[in-house]
Every structure is written in C-alpha cells, then in structure tokens.
Design a binder for this molecule. Structure first.
Ligand SMILES: [Mn+2]
Length: 315
C-alpha cells in the first residue's frame, strides 16, 4: 500500500489521512488499521481530546516511512490504511463505549493490528472489551502518568480515570502479565493504588523509572509480556508536561519523547503487540503542536518495531 510520494506532491497538500496513507473502503484489509475515536465526554478536568484524531492526522503528514534507529522501512513490510473515525454519542459515556466496542470489534476479529487515535482514556475500556470478545484477555503494556484505576467519579463508573479498574474487574486484562509504566503525581489518597496492586498488576512509578533507568524497566516489561497477545495503550501524559503540554491532565517529573520512543521500540520488537492506542492529545492546549507530534512519533516507533518483527519472522 503506497503512501503519496512527498517528493512529487508536497506533504502539506491533500486530504488528511494518517501518514498520507489510503483511506480504506469497506472490506479492504491492511496489516495495520488506523481508526480515530473522537470522544472526550469522560474527561475529569479539561476537555478537548475529541479533536485529537484530527490533530494526530495533521501531525502525521510529516512522518516518513524509513526508521534509521530500527533500520526498517515501515511501508516495505506493512500495509496500513486509515479507516476514518468511529461514531460516538457526545455527552453519553456508557452508550459511546458500547458504540465504540461494536464499531471496533470487526478490527480485533480480523487479522489486522488496530491503531486507535484518541480521544480520552475512557475509550480504552471499549477497545479492551472488543479485544476480549475477539481474542480473549490481553496482556497490557500501559504508559501513563496515571494508573486510571479509580472505581468511580461523582458516583458514576465511567471516566477517563477508571478504564483499568473496570478492565481488571471484568477480566479483560491478565494482571500478572500486565505493566503500567510512569505513574506519578499527587494522588487522591495513600491507598488508591492498593486495588490494582492486590490484583497483581505491576505498577512502575515514575520515580522508580527515573531511578532504575529505562533499560531495567524495558527488560522487566519484556519478561512480563512475552508469550501473550499484548495491548499497548499510550497516554501522552506519560511524557513530561514540558514535552506534552497539550493534554487534559498534564504531570511534571515525567519523561522525554526520546525516552518514550526508545522504550516503545525496544519493548515492541520483543513482544507480540496485537493492538495499540494513543490517547489524551488535546490540540487546544497544544500551541506549537509538539504534543501531537510526540503522539504520532510514538505510533511511528511502534510501527517500526512491528515492521521489524515482520521482516525478521521467517514466513
Ligand atoms: Mn490515562
């Protein structure tokens, strides 16, 4: 599947699809399926991630297919198509989660790797439900400043701070094969992480990642995730607020874009990632576009690792 030749047609021209790749017609199959989920009703603080998919597509115009770090040409080994946006019902979280799950299910059922552009982090619960329905429980590789395991907000279950509480509760993820990386910032109380920890989820606090370094955590993540189908969810606020100001709940004491790309490339070369999402990009607060650029770069890092795996697997 060919992208537009940016040496002939300038990359700032044309209709915006992810990486200028073809917009897929119904029934068309690709190794990787890009789908936007423009939903931000479940945001606890500042809203606006409903415009995330559009901003990510715009930022992705700048991406090129060859990754020198991994030494792989993504489009040489993967067909990728943009399937447009998933329908949602603004203002109605539970109903939207059902709609998102229904819309995404065929992608998880097919032999394709869905890459979802968020949207607030509540959408990952719908993705994990669809994933579970199609493939069974997932091993979770989760980059975030927040654990997102709060049982309820304002007496209501669905919020962008609660998807992994429900994922654990509904058996959508295998806790002993899952890992959260980069969790930091002040919490509501001392015991708020007890539930996921007691379930067996590995939570790598941001402070631990800073102290032990990326390589130690990369090795631990690979050991934990290897041998299972993995769901990768990347909340852009894993990055420090200085690298990703355009997000709903930014946190300081975080990580650089370079550290994130390095971790994603190294981990994803060694594990079987069956689906990913990139959530919480908020364009209104992203004055210079660096957050969306960081977001699509994380996706590019993942695609490079996926292409590398394909090129190194004997067929
Ligand atoms: Mn999150």
């Amino acid at each position: 599947m060919m992208t537009v030749n940016s040496l002939e047609i300038p990359r700032f021209s044309g209709i915006r699809t992810f990486m200028r790749l073809p917009q897929a017609a119904d029934g068309q199959k690709a190794d990787v399926s890009v789908i936007g989920v423009p939903f931000d009703t479940a945001t606890s603080f500042r809203p606006g991630t409903r415009f995330g998919p559009a901003a990510l597509r715009e930022a992705s115009l700048i991406l090129k297919p060859y990754c020198p770090v991994v030494d792989v040409d993504i489009l040489e080994h993967l067909t990728i198509a943009d399937y447009g946006d998933c329908p949602t019902i603004p203002g109605y979280t539970a109903e939207s989660l059902d709609k998102i799950q229904e819309h995404l299910f065929p992608f998880y059922k097919e032999n394709t790797v869905p890459v979802v552009l968020g949207g607030d982090h509540s959408i990952t619960l719908a993705e994990l439900r669809a994933f579970h329905e199609a493939k069974g429980p997932a091993a979770l590789l989760h980059f975030d400043a927040h654990s997102d395991t709060v049982p309820e907000y304002f007496g209501k279950p669905y919020n962008h701070g609660s998807p992994f509480y429900h994922a654990l509760n509904e058996g959508l993820i295998i806790p002993e094969k899952s890992i959260q990386i980069g969790i930091r910032g002040p919490l509501y109380d001392k015991h708020i992480l007890d539930y996921p920890k007691n379930k067996g989820l590995r939570i790598v606090l941001g402070d631990e990642l800073h102290n032990r370094g990326c390589d130690a955590i990369i090795a631990e993540a690979i050991a934990r995730l290897q041998g299972s189908p993995v769901f990768l969810t990347f909340d852009i606020d894993f990055l420090d607020a200085s690298y990703a100001p355009g997000t709903g709940t930014p946190e300081v004491e975080g990580f650089s874009t370079r550290q994130a790309l390095c971790m994603v490339r190294k981990i994803c070369k060694k594990i079987d990632v069956a689906a990913m999402d990139l959530v919480e990009v908020l364009p209104d607060k992203d004055a210079s576009g660096i957050t969306a650029l960081a977001g699509v770069s994380v996706i590019h890092a993942f695609l490079a690792a996926l292409a590398w795996r394909k090129s190194n697997t004997p067929s």
